[in-house]
Design a protein around this ligand. Structure first.
Ligand SMILES: NC(=O)c1ccc[n+]([C@@H]2O[C@H](COP(=O)([O-])OP(=O)(O)OC[C@H]3O[C@@H](n4cnc5c(N)ncnc54)[C@H](O)[C@@H]3O)[C@@H](O)[C@H]2O)c1
Length: 447
């Protein structure tokens, strides 16, 4: 008689833990220009940890554009879905993470659908455009328990992180006020008046679409929460009332092969117009905005956005109980876009003694001399993207296996950060409409 096999002694280690997954499966909803950042990263630099399994868009040409890029990068060809089939896509593909890079108006619907299907979400800024969208997203995040990351890439730009570090180190004491001015030049600023952004119901206007970046930075720099907003502004430069901007504002899609593939010819048959005249009728957003924002701590912010400046960049000053920090950034010294013979690098070469490019961070404590804080990196608009992608696409891995290291500055923005950032713009839009100071609490969303 053969003896029965021995049972494993009780003292031995328990069942072998399931191997940790090193790869995650991604779907991207909204496959326009911005989506390329993610699809390229998933099929390129981060292809060792990411599988791009599905794409979803209203427009088959833009879907095909991204599918072809993935194929050329040597990745498996992702499944393509029409926008009407986003639910079916989530059922069939069951992605781990959904990247939402559709027009702002659609974010709430797409984020909520992904969360309810059990996926985590990376959503482009702005998180959403109105109070109803804020409610939809917060409710879905709470009931699903899934993670929402808002792609606030400006936090990852080294100069902005340096200012956060100055405040976190207590060098200027407790923050009492912020003065923040953002300038978009007549190349970048005009672009918001050529496409869907010009429609407030689709983008929330620049107070939501663009300034949510800036309000997020202020909340992060100061670790404060907005409480009240008073806004003034209007369409003062672009739009039909301003008259004809002339040929220099015309966008030649054919001159840029990528823009042409995404938005011209057959890609435009769905009515998507990428190259409207910024001075044509129909723009319902503002190009000139001023705000006074009150924060929970008692601090206040004066903020201004100009979308028709001759140079591009920003100036922020933070006053504290111990001193003051000033960050000045020139992203483009002047623009020649539309002028005969203009070259893409003209803006950089136009920097001079009068207008120098780059960033400068100065801290001055009371009774002390001004001290310049050295900054690394360039002043470019998308500079934080690479660091953000690393953080977002590798966060399931420990640092020893290439995952993100602990970040004492807390740059990763979650759902509450995203809600706080858009709350200022949503309340600001109400203030523009009513002429009144708008309490952020009146939006009905706990922040
Ligand atoms: N953080 C940044 O620096 C940055 C820069 C650019 C854009 N963005 C954000 O990225 C998002 C996309 O911007 P973009 O410039 O790529 O715009 P885009 O118009 O080029 O792309 C949007 C895509 O969504 C598609 N779409 C429209 N309705 C849809 C629907 N119902 N379902 C699925 N797809 C739909 C469009 O056909 C288009 O292909 C916006 O929210 C924008 O704010 C962020």
């Amino acid at each position: 008689m053969t003896s029965p096999p021995f049972a494993a002694p009780a003292t031995e280690a328990g069942p072998t833990p399931a191997p940790r997954r090193t790869r995650r499966r991604y779907a991207v909803v909204g496959t326009g220009h911005r989506a390329r950042l993610y699809t390229d990263a998933m099929t390129g630099e981060h292809a060792d940890v990411a599988d791009l399994v599905a794409l979803c868009d209203t427009n088959p040409v833009r879907l095909a554009f991204h599918t072809e890029r993935a194929r050329r990068a040597g990745a498996d060809v992702p499944a393509g879905y029409d926008a009407h089939d986003v639910g079916r896509m989530l059922d069939e593909v069951r992605p781990d993470v959904v990247v939402v890079s559709s027009p702002d108006r659609m974010h709430a619907e797409h984020v909520a659908a992904a969360l309810h299907h059990g996926a985590d979400v990376v959503v482009e800024k702005p998180l959403t455009i109105d109070a109803a969208g804020m409610y939809t997203i917060l409710a879905a995040a709470r009931t699903s328990g899934r993670q929402v990351t808002v792609a606030h890439n400006y936090r990852y730009a080294p100069r902005n992180a340096a200012l956060r570090q100055v405040v976190a180190d207590g060098r200027i004491g407790d923050v009492v006020s912020v003065h923040f001015e953002w300038l978009l030049d007549t190349a970048h600023g005009a672009d918001y008046f050529r496409r869907w952004h010009r429609d407030k119901a689709t983008s929330g206007g620049l107070l939501v679409h663009k300034a949510s970046h800036h309000f997020d930075l202020v909340g992060w720099w100061t670790q404060d929460v907005p409480e009240s907003v008073y806004a003034r502004g209007g369409l003062r430069f672009y739009g039909e009332a301003a008259g004809d901007g002339g040929p220099r504002y015309a966008l030649d899609l054919a001159a840029d092969p990528e823009l042409a593939s995404l938005y011209a010819g057959d890609a435009a048959t769905d009515g998507y117009r990428r190259d409207r005249d910024p001075f044509s009728p129909g723009a319902t957003i503002e190009d000139t905005l001023s705000l006074l924002v009150g924060y929970r701590s008692g601090a206040s912010m004066t903020y201004s956005l100009t979308a028709h400046s001759p140079w591009e960049g920003y100036r922020v000053a933070i006053n504290g109980t111990r001193g003051r920090a000033e960050l000045d950034v020139v992203e483009r010294c002047h623009t020649t876009e539309g002028l005969p013979g203009a070259r893409p690098d003209d803006g950089a070469s136009a920097c001079c003694e009068v207008r120098r490019g780059g960033g400068r961070l100065v801290v001055q404590e009371h009774w002390g001399r001004a001290v310049e804080v050295p900054l690394v990196g360039s002043a470019g608009h998308g500079e934080g993207d690479a660091a953000m992608l690393h953080d977002v696409l590798r966060d399931h891995l420990p640092p020893s296996e290439g995952g993100p290291v602990a970040d004492p500055l807390g740059r990763r923005a979650g759902v509450v950060d995203g809600l706080r950032a858009v709350a200022v713009g949503v309340a600001g839009n109400r203030s523009l409409a009513t002429g009144q100071v708008v309490p952020v609490a009146s939006l009905g969303i706990p922040l």
